[in-house]
Design a protein around this ligand. Structure first.
Ligand SMILES: [Zn+2]
Length: 207
């Protein structure tokens, strides 16, 4: 089985080879006890998910639903990072994943984002899952399940690549790793919506 491994070289995470980091299940699910290689892969995924969480906090501070994403290339270099800006840009497609794909495509001057991994704090919606397949992203790592709109099994399933799933006609084998830093990603969202409900109640009380 292929195992995803990067090592710290000169202070920078560098991808050595990629194999089944998708074999493990992060924080919220059952997990395989990691060996040294797998433990490194888990640590790397958490490292990039923390960058995505930083983006999500920027969104929160702007009053946006706190979702963040980073796109990383095969060498472990961050090619794009973004947060949800649906409200501030009045654009229903301005999800963190979509913005990452646009940034990276511009930077690479190609819409084919082969050999890249997208880290996002929330299970992608159908729009973003479709865009990830269209752009040929190799691997998707998400944090919290999106119970209402998740397109990796929570609502519908278009990202999964198991033998029994219907496969995308051109992108047959996207790897998916789920529930990485699930608690941190979920807490950010739960706290945001609780605060928003409280603010709405206060407003109604003043009227
Ligand atoms: Zn989306």
């Amino acid at each position: 089985m292929l195992i995803a491994r990067r090592v710290l070289l000169g202070g920078r995470l560098r991808l050595q080879s990629r194999r089944a980091a998708h074999l493990y299940v992060g924080g919220g699910g059952q997990s395989v006890r990691p060996g040294p290689s797998l433990a490194r892969a888990v640590a790397e995924d958490e490292h990039y998910m923390r960058l995505a969480l930083d983006e999500a906090r920027v969104a929160r501070d702007l009053g946006e639903v706190p979702v963040g994403a980073v796109l990383v290339d095969d060498e472990g270099e961050v090619m794009a990072r973004a947060h949800n800006t649906v409200e501030t840009s009045t654009d229903p497609t301005a999800h963190a994943e979509m913005l990452c794909l646009r940034q990276a495509s511009k930077r690479l001057e190609s819409w084919r984002l082969l050999e890249t991994t997208l880290f996002v704090t929330l299970e992608p919606c159908p729009m973003c899952a479709g865009a990830l397949l269209q752009s040929r992203v190799k691997r998707v790592v998400w944090g919290a399940p999106n119970k209402q709109l998740g397109a990796d099994g929570s609502w519908i399933s278009i990202l999964s690549s198991s033998e029994t799933d219907t496969k995308h006609p051109y992108h047959l084998s996207v790897d998916v790793t789920r529930n990485v830093l699930r608690e941190e990603c979920s807490t950010l969202l739960v706290d945001f919506f609780r605060r928003r409900r409280e603010q709405n109640q206060e407003k109604r009380g003043e009227e």
